[in-house]
Design a protein around this ligand. Sequence first.
Ligand SMILES: Cc1cc2nc3c(=O)[nH]c(=O)nc-3n(C[C@H](O)[C@H](O)[C@H](O)COP(=O)(O)O)c2cc1C
Length: 243
Amino acid sequence: MNDVISLLKNHRSVRQFTTEPVSDETVREIIAAAGWSATSNFVQAYTVIRVRQQSTREAIAELAGGQSWVETSPVFLVFCADLKRSQSACAYEKSEVVSGYTEQFIIATVDVSLAAQNAMVAAESLGLGGVFIGGIRNDPATVSELLKLPEQVYPVFGMCLGHPAGEHEQKPRLPVDVILKEESYQESEAELEHYNEICQTYYQNRASAARDETWTHQIAKMMSKPTRPHMRAFLEEKGFEFK
Ligand SMILES: Cc1cc2nc3c(=O)[nH]c(=O)nc-3n(C[C@H](O)[C@H](O)[C@H](O)COP(=O)(O)O)c2cc1C
């Protein structure tokens, strides 16, 4: 194992931070690393908005379901999928835009996710920790208003970053043999049962909020309710169509 792989395998979400600030230079370095992610067709379809204003942070923390770390983390970023810049490039070239394709939406969403993961890894390599905040999609319209996001730009997730305070336990992941298959798709109930045992032991023994929970139970709970059903209408409102 090398240093990069051991850093990746050491990931855990961090939601508690010390008050030690993170310099602007460090934030710029993290975003520079994010910018070096691979990008579909070289489109680089994302914009990252750093939110410093406390009142905006409070509003986002609240709409994200009362996630106090959005207010208290030294750095809070919002990662946006951005097709507007590509459209501006077309306008610059006085070229027609053929827009509204699902594939363009996928490209922008994948691009911003790859960049964000690079940002998280870069931050972790500098001794920082952080957490993604998908909770901003509870009310993406308000987030868009607060951040003045134009059409063709939507907020995909936030990210809190800072110096970790205290210990943060690692959550066990699916074993490699469950994720990696040879030649064709396969799955088995035995795999799920095995991973359930791993997760149940983790949940039973973890230092805070210990509980008796299996992975399949947790996922079944999640999958048994509608997931942010407002998203499609919101995206259409923002000019993303699904042709
Ligand atoms: C796109 C995305 C959105 C997430 N949204 C939230 C969130 O709103 N609040 C939160 O506390 N954690 C959030 N997380 C963190 C996950 O809960 C966490 O990554 C997962 O439980 C695995 O735990 P770990 O990161 O500590 O290994 C999010 C993660 C991702 C990738």
